[in-house]
Design a protein around this ligand. Structure first.
Ligand code: DX5
Ligand code: ZN
Length: 221
């Protein structure tokens, strides 16, 4: 039986109190810190980079940090995130000129590697690199913003990704990102996901000043 992991996306956290927010969400039972990196070039938004990842490590965060790179080009930032203490580093295949090389850079740096698939990006990018990925991340929204609605067609794509993973016999996590809520997470799990990113569902559950606002959401997930 697979274990299920919850990865709150700090994109929806209160950035003015980020260390505290991360401490509280981990104390409430979250497993992984999902760290959305946007460059206003590959995606139309600008967020946080390796310095913030390093700051979270210095603050004392020991949980896995899942760096989701929505940047182009990707390779130089891979090195920066390895140095900054990331655990997983995932990137979008369209954003890399040399996917195999980018995956190898991540593993050579001692991190877990992953490819991210936009809603309309085919899983065929996996054909020759299943032995080089530790995680497959399916986007269930178009990347760039939190708070968007889950695209239903992603459920079939999850089933296909699950078949590919099972057929490979490899230990590869299947992560879903975008529009995950308490009321759809069970169906998403049945389609094959084992790692669940949730941003607005967790951090916008109540007033940002309430340090316990995550508790009931995480229990329900
Ligand atoms: C979108 C990001 C997501 C986002 C998810 O580009 O990759 O991680 O923060 O946010 P919600 O859960 O609000 O859809
Ligand atoms: Zn993400």
């Amino acid at each position: 039986s697979r274990d299920f992991l919850i990865a709150p996306s700090i994109l929806s956290a209160d950035f003015a109190r980020l260390g505290e927010e991360v401490d509280n969400v981990l104390a409430a039972g979250a497993d992984i810190v999902h760290f959305d990196v946007m460059d206003n070039h590959y995606v139309p938004n600008l967020t946080i980079g390796p310095m913030v990842c390093e700051a979270l490590r210095k603050h004392g965060v020991t949980a896995p940090i899942d760096a989701h790179l929505m940047v182009k080009p990707v390779d130089r930032l891979i090195g920066d995130f390895i140095d900054a203490g990331a655990s997983y580093i995932t990137f979008h295949p369209e954003a890399s000129d040399h996917i195999d090389r980018s995956l190898s850079l991540i593993r050579d740096g001692g991190c877990q590697s992953g490819l991210v698939f936009n809603p309309a990006t085919p899983l065929a990018y996996l054909d020759y690199v299943m032995d080089k990925v530790d995680m497959i991340l399916l986007m269930s929204v178009n990347p760039g913003f939190g708070g968007q609605a889950f695209i239903p067609g992603t459920l079939d794509k999850l089933r296909e990704a699950r078949r590919r993973i099972d057929a490979s016999g490899r230990d590869i996590r299947l992560e879903i990102d975008g529009g995950v809520k308490v009321d759809n997470i069970a169906e998403i799990a049945r389609a094959g996901a084992d790692t669940f990113v949730a941003g607005s569902a967790i951090f916008k559950a109540a007033e940002a000043s309430d340090p316990h606002r995550y508790d009931s959401v995480l229990r329900a997930m």
